[in-house]
Design a protein around this ligand. Sequence first.
Ligand code: MG
Length: 255
Amino acid sequence: MITIKTKQDIAILREGGKRHARILKELAGMVKSGLHVVDLDARAAELIREGGDTPAFLNYQPYGASRPYPATLCVSINDEIVHGIPTEGDKVLAEGDIVSIDLGLIHKGLITDAAITVPVGKVSEELSELLAATKEALMAGVKAAKGGARVGDISNAIQRIGVAHKYGIVEELAGHGVGYHVHEDPYVPNFGHPGKGELLKPGMVVAIEPMFNGGTKKIQLDTDGYTYRTADGRPSAHFEHTVVITKGGAEILTA
Ligand code: MG
C-alpha cells in the first residue's frame, strides 16, 4: 500500500532529512586512505545519538534475511554494491577506492534514507566517471518525479544515463517508498518504461537510488547474508535521496 504523508509528517521528514545530510557530509569528510570503516559506523551512531535520533537500519530485518542488520551504516567498497557491513571484517580504505555510505535515520518516528559514494583520495578517471554518472542519474530520477508522473518515468530517466555510459544497471535492487517504514511501496526500479507503473501523487515519499556497475549488471550475495557484490568484481556506485512528491516536482528531503 502506498501511503500519503501528512503536512506534519513532511515537516518532520524535512528536519530529519537536514540532519541526515549533515551526518553524511561529516562522514564523507572522514573518508581517507587508512580509515577503518568501523570508525565511520561509530561516528554515525554518535552523531545520530547526539541529535536525539535513532538509526533505522540497525536491527532492521528485511524480509528473507536470516539475521537483523548489525550496524548503523551500510558501507560498500569498490565491487560491493550495497549493504556492506562496516562492523564486520575490519575493512580499511585504500587510496583509489570508492566507498558508498548509506544511512537510514529515524527522526521523531519518521524515516529518511540516503547514500553517497565517495572517492578515497585520487581515483581513476573511470571511477570518477562512474561516480559522476550515478549521481547524475539520481538527479535525473528526482527531476522526473512529480505529481501526475509515474514510477516508470523515474526508472527510465535513470536507465537512460546508465545505458548511455554502458554501465551494468542493477535490476534486483531498487528504490522504494519510505517514511513510516524503511521499505514501503512503491518499488522504484532503476530501469523501466516512461508512463508506466504506479501514479505519483503529492505527499508520497520515495527513496530514489541508482546503482550502476562498471561491468556486468549481475550481482551476488556474500555469505554474510547482506553484502551485494558485482558478479565480475568490477566497481559499483550508489547515490540515494529521499524525496517528497509535490504537484510540480519533488523536494529532496536529504539535501
Ligand atoms: Mg534505500
